[in-house]
Write a protein that binds this ligand. Sequence first.
Ligand code: UDP
Length: 340
Amino acid sequence: MADNKKILVIGGAGYIGSHTVINLLNDGKDIIVFDNLENGHIETVEALKRIGHVEFIKGDLRNFEDIEDVFKNHKVDAVVHFAAFALVGESVENPSKYYRNNVLGTLNLLDAMVKYGCKKIVFSSTCATYGNPKYVPVDEKHPQNPVSPYGASKLMVEQILNDYDIAYGLKSIKLRYFNVAGCDSQARVGEWHEPETHLVPNILKSTFSGGKTFKIFGDDYNTPDGTCIRDYVNVEDLADAHRLALIYLENENKSDVFNIGTERGDSVKNIFDSCEKVIGKKINVEVAGRRAGDAEALYANSKKAQTVLGWKSQRTIEDSISSAYRWEEVLQEKLNGVKV
Ligand code: UDP
């Protein structure tokens, strides 16, 4: 029996997905989380269930029946799709994994949507679809020349979504995220990758007992302090962009694409200095070689999201660091029993 209209969040047990679920619960939505728990965590699902009405379905987009069953048994109003592998380096080494999951998995999802008449989707795209920027800040008209299978897989889905709109009337909002930082301000969910590769959690993890010395990947770039520049958007702000994208789809019934960033470029050294300031400790650091595939400087022009969606980055990088630190304390206790 079909039930009331719901938002289906694919990858809702992951980092950005879980923060978006909280945002949508606060907005009064009923949520179905679909996740294969390969990178997501059951503890995250349990935390979400304590906040509001969440149904969890364990399934894998690579199996058409798994996702078809969801549409067969529920009345899904719209989909927000996060599930993807997202490590650039790994995608270079194992493109098959990336194209099978990120592209073929998404095709299964879209075909199930078309079959059951669900016509609205918000898709997690990325600034990695632009490749090495020809200019910054990067706007949505910047040419898309991804330099990794990860970026290529996301661009392919963008193109498939455009074709599915023309052929089947499936409306999509593509959100091209820049870098993401921070955690739920109540530390109920947070950034929990194994292994962790991202900048802010890696700096913070190095301050706990047993943590590895934080390594700066390259200080010989052509930037003011020699380290790479990125645009770090707060995850709760990013989550809100999905709420606004759903409203836009509902009201305008039109496909579109938006950059989601703060429009501010921070170097690795800036972020490191802010972490020391926010947590009030000296942090051990060493300079290591460059990491393959890192662009020198990448930050967003996000004006279109501002004018069309009414979205603007609100929280500062200090907000993101302090919420990420609070979450890291919770995570250390969960994983290592370390009471901080
Ligand atoms: N970075 C670093 N040390 C780390 C992790 C990241 O110096 O332990 C640098 C990385 O080289 C890049 C920036 O921090 O310049 C952001 O990297 P992250 O992996 O967080 O995101 P990406 O830009 O790759 O999506």
